[in-house]
Design a protein around this ligand. Structure first.
Ligand code: RIB
Ligand code: CA
Length: 313
């Protein structure tokens, strides 16, 4: 089967970095057409720099990296340095990227790619706030029906929120953009905290990464070592939740995941529940299902895939 054409929309972020590495290590499954940075975990000037650092780490300084939106569609930017550190990629010392940022705006790259690639052949993989996708759909409504699928990391239902009691960070930062995406009618697969909180690293796995003896292994072990401390303090869990790599792993091995096709809507009005993803898991409304809402993962299979793939870089 031919590899799937994807655009990764990202706010690196240690877990974003692992997701990008997994994608670039899997060219027989995913063909990354471009990486578009968005403001999220840290401001845009850092997320675009971090995206270039990660592509270079994977030996892909040829990968087109774009800067997208520097603020949500209708709100002030909320960032997450308390989770990811000041650089967004805290943990190891970071190199200065040598590769250039593309001139074209990330939003225009998304629009142009969807207009020039055959309809139904490009999957969007947002793993940060949905601002770039929301703006692209608002600016160029003609591209919506040309999207093959959106596989995103965001939202929460049974797992409740991680930035407020009700909302997961990516959706909370830009609920208006998320609302556009969830109402768009595009085929939607959602990796919420319900599943990503089951994709927890173990010390053995982090040690295995360091034992690879590669720069990738060293960076990934240092990133996941740093990234886990927030969740350990907050949830008392051991291990870092690899939220964003779930999106790429799903494209490579969907059988690792289980979910339910349900209606999901995004709260944009209430300040108390802003950004909550309201999943009609039990079908108690007549709202039409619009998303595959994933809740289960074969954890060993997931980390086995990650180890096998990251060892290739
Ligand atoms: O809530 C988890 C999400 O927020 C992940 O994408 C992480 O990188 C942060 O962006
Ligand atoms: Ca992210």
């Amino acid at each position: 089967m031919a590899p799937r054409n994807i655009i990764i929309d990202t706010d690196p972020g240690q877990d974003d970095a692992v997701a990008i590495l997994l994608a670039l290590a899997s060219p027989e499954y995913v063909n990354v057409l471009g990486v578009v940075a968005v403001a999220g975990n840290v401001p845009l000037d850092l997320t675009q720099k971090n995206a270039r650092i990660v592509c270079e780490l994977a030996g892909r300084s040829d990968m087109p990296v774009f800067a997208g939106a520097d603020a949500p569609m209708a709100r002030r930017l909320v960032t997450a340095e308390h989770v990811h550190g000041k650089t967004g990629l805290d943990g190891p010392p970071l190199p200065e990227p040598a590769m250039a940022l593309q001139e074209q705006s990330g939003v225009d790259f998304i629009i142009e790619t969807l207009r020039t690639e055959p309809p139904g052949t490009v999957t969007l993989c947002p793993i940060g706030p949905l601002t770039n996708i929301g703006i692209a759909f608002a600016k160029a409504p003609d591209v919506v029906e040309r999207v093959q699928e959106i596989v995103l990391m965001g939202g929460a239902y049974f797992e409740v929120g991680n930035i407020t009691p009700a909302a997961e960070f990516n959706i909370y930062v830009d609920p208006e953009a998320a609302d556009i995406v969830f109402r768009s009618g595009v085929k939607l697969t959602v990796m919420p905290l319900d599943v990503t909180h089951k994709a927890l690293t173990s010390q053995a796995w982090v040690d295995d990464m360091a034992a690879l003896g590669t720069e990738t292994g060293r960076m990934v072990s240092a990133w996941t070592d740093f990234f886990e401390r927030y969740d350990m303090e907050k949830y008392g869990s051991t291990g870092a939740p690899l939220h964003d790599p779930c999106v790429i792993a799903y494209l490579i091995k969907p059988e690792l995941f289980t979910g339910r096709h349900v209606n999901v809507e995004v709260e944009t009005q209430s300040e108390l529940t802003r950004g909550m993803t309201v999943a009609d898991w039990w079908g108690v409304t007549d709202r039409p299902p619009n998303a595959m809402f994933v809740g289960g993962v074969d954890r060993d299979g997931f980390f086995g895939l990650l180890s096998e793939r990251l060892a290739r870089l």
